[in-house]
Design a binder for this molecule. Structure first.
Ligand code: NAD
Length: 504
């Protein structure tokens, strides 16, 4: 399983990828990449400083005319080659992603890596379908048409929960549209973003088109967002940091795309298939150890199914196998760090004062004591306005609350500033359809929770941000449209000139 390469050797050249090669950072500060399953440091590297960000932006700027000037077919071919390189290195990517995140290898192998390859193939095709609408003689005297153009150098910032997929989601629409990019991954998980950029070079994508600066948010991140040569900021992360990024980007008049936090409701009507809802709630709340911005976090269950749902979820949660992420039988890995584990435990411990912890609510100890593990946790009896129901916890924790009428269920689902994703469970066509219309979120699933596909947009409403990742809709973020207008009359004095000089 992809253990053929040693991380230390692979990144001996440093953890910055600028102008088509690895180099060390120059901030003077070092960062450990830690395996959260064991607490062992797998790589220590020098973080990017502001000089490294400047160098990466300069490389991206230099690469822009050539890359944006390539034909759509040329960019498409390069991205198809990248998809092939990624697929050929699938085991290495799955290994590195599981190592730095603690993800079960079955998740990185079956979800993170193939999802990234598919996204790359999708954007290889989509690169040839960029279009401007309308070409006509709207004024009567001119031909007007719309050109869709690349923006320039995009500066993107990604979180640690799905480092490879987040890098792909940021890089692919940007470069497919002809932009060049500087991506700052979360400093604790830079490995697979660097490998993605290396794969791009191997696929023949020119130096400088994709650059990675592995640096701290406050230093490298803020410098990238404020940089005068960066025309757009695309940020995925927490709502709190997103607000800071938005303020910085606005002060330099940048285009902005924000993918922020979530607190997804999971709405179970009394005509739902109970078995399907129980399985869906456990999978949807525990995927990636609950560190998923779309994870099911608040289950609202109509009173007749409530007790059976709670006991079904508790039983299934107790059967989930925690363990070594590289063991094929492991269902649930650790959280990203002990700090994150303690943060999650803090939410659960405070909730004990006002709610019931039905199962979980503790770290496992024993052989897993050195890792950042936490047991799947089910909570009932919390009030709608309590912290455990309203705050993003980002851990393997599901809260269940009952409701009576359909109106009440939909009102509770919408009772949040977030709006990233939601699901509704019902066998009734009209009920399910009502939920899709009335729930305010960028994605509403019916009788499932979590699946994503390259062809469909991903993005939030409200405090979950704005703008779309994936799908052709993402090109709206990464391109600008230009109106071109040709005079068709060939006369020196146009009719409209009389509004400035002379009479009719
Ligand atoms: P975070 O906001 O702490 O960090 C995200 C990124 O921002 C990191 O690269 C970090 O280094 C950088 N950063 C931190 N401070 C910064 C600053 N002042 N200026 C510029 N950059 C800065 O988030 P996280 O803890 O890495 O990730 C978890 C969060 O991400 C959760 O809230 C989750 O919901 C969200 N998320 C959202 C989506 C989505 O699609 N909406 C997807 C994944 C994760």
């Amino acid at each position: 399983m992809g253990k053929g390469f040693q991380v230390q050797d692979r990144f001996a050249g440093g953890a910055q990828y600028i102008g088509g090669r690895l180099r060390p950072g120059t901030s003077g500060h070092h960062q450990d990449v830690v395996d959260p399953a064991t607490g062992r440091t797998v790589l220590r590297y020098e973080l990017a400083g502001t000089d490294d960000v400047d160098a990466a932006v300069a490389a991206a700027r230099e690469a822009f005319p050539g890359w944006s000037g390539l034909s759509p077919a040329g960019r498409s071919e390069a991205l198809h080659r990248l998809a092939a390189v990624l697929a050929a290195r699938a085991e290495d990517f799955a290994y590195a992603e599981s190592l730095q995140c603690g993800k079960p290898v079955k998740l990185s192998t079956e979800f993170d890596v193939p999802g990234t390859v598919d996204n790359t193939s999708f954007f290889a095709g989509a690169a040839r379908h960029l279009e401007g609408r309308s070409a006509a003689e709207y004024s009567g005297d001119h031909t007007s048409y719309v050109r869709r153009e690349a923006l320039g150098v995009v500066g993107s910032i990604a979180p640690w929960n799905y480092p490879l997929q987040m890098a792909a989601w940021k890089i692919l629409p940007a470069v497919a549209a002809g932009n060049t990019i500087v991506l700052k991954p979360a400093e604790i998980t830079p490995l697979t973003s660097l490998m993605f950029a290396q794969a791009a070079t191997e696929a023949g994508i020119p130096d400088g088109v994709i650059n990675i600066v592995s640096g701290a948010g406050r230093e490298a991140g803020e410098h990238l967002v404020s940089h005068p040569d960066v025309v757009m900021t695309s940020f995925t992360g927490s709502t709190a940091v997103g607000k800071r990024v938005a303020a910085l980007a606005t002060s330099t008049v940048k285009r902005l795309h924000l993918e922020l936090g979530g607190k997804a409701p999971f709405l179970v009507f009394d005509d739902a298939d109970l078995d399907a809802a129980v399985n869906g709630a456990v999978a949807g709340s525990l995927i990636n150890t609950g560190q998923d911005c779309t994870a099911a976090t608040r289950a609202y269950v109509q009173r007749p199914l409530y007790d059976a749902f709670v006991s079904g979820v508790a039983t299934l949660m107790e059967s989930v196998r925690l363990g070594d992420p590289f063991a094929p039988s492991t269902d649930l890995g650790p959280l990203i760090s002990r700090q994150q584990r303690d943060r999650v435990a803090g939410f659960v411990d405070r909730a004990r004062a006002y709610a019931t912890v039905v199962t979980g609510g503790e770290a496992p100890g024993g052989e897993l004591a050195d890792g950042a593990y936490y047991r799947p946790t089910l909570i009932t009896g919390a009030a709608q306005d309590s912290e455990i129901v309203t705050s993003e916890i980002f851990g393997p924790v599901l809260v269940v609350l009952p409701f009576d009428t359909d109106d009440e269920g939909i009102r509770l689902a919408n009772d949040t500033p977030y709006g990233l994703a939601a699901s509704a469970w019902s066998t009734g066509l009209y009920r399910a359809n009502r939920a899709t219309r009335e729930i305010r979120a960028g994605c509403v699933w019916i009788n499932d929770h979590i699946p994503i596909i390259s062809e469909m947009p991903h993005g939030g409403y409200g405090a979950s941000g704005f703008g779309k990742d994936m799908s052709s809709y993402s090109f709206e973020e990464y391109t600008q449209v230009k109106h071109v207008m040709y005079d068709n009359t060939a006369v020196a004095v146009k009719d409209w000139h009389r509004t400035v000089f002379g009479d009719r």
